[in-house]
Design a protein around this ligand. Sequence first.
Ligand code: PRP
Ligand code: URA
Length: 209
Amino acid sequence: MENVIILDHPLIQHKISMLRDKNTGTNEFRTLVEEIAMLEAFEALRDLPTEDVKVETPLTTCMSPMIAGKKLAIVPILRAGLGMVSGITNLVPTAKVGHIGLYRDPETHLPHEYYCKLPDPISERTILVLDPMLATGGSASEAIGFIKDHGGKKIKFMCVIAAPEGLNKLHDDHPDVQIYVGHLDEKLNENAYILPGLGDAGDRIFGTK
Ligand code: PRP
Ligand code: URA
């Protein structure tokens, strides 16, 4: 599928296996999500713009590339996307951070927005939308729709685990968006949870269950 990148690096796969384990506690789970986000971002930010700056080495002066300032915005989808933020700000400390609050209705599984605050202006930035779980795809698709309504153009989406249903929906709704996936799982269950998955990402990151 064009614009879909499955990140099959052994380090990412190893850490996802640890995340899946029901015996992995909150503290370790959080650290793993951060580390996976960092490893995924290494690939997803491959085309981040750079600019040549003058550097004095101990021997001479040269022009050398650095990340161009103020070009990256990351937008976690609350709550679970928050767990991925620090992994990326550790790599790109100048990134601006927006937030979109969405929760899935437990009956209909449809997303409901409760918060949206984005860096302004957003149109010139690369925007990396974060959510560990892409299940039905409703939350990610809605969030990206909001960002486009606010003027966002160059949008990427990064998740840890995707279900085929969600990946297809997101790709169909937003074919222009590059989608980075840590692992493509089998399917959704009757409650729209990913199988084999890792359970409820928000609850496992924040220790709420
Ligand atoms: C989870 C997850 C995604 C969404 C994925 O959030 O973090 O945002 O479900 O499901 P979808 O692809 O079917 O929309 P949840 O609604 O449980 O909220 P939370 O992060 O606040 O726990
Ligand atoms: N949200 C989660 O946190 N996990 C799933 O499996 C599906 C949606």
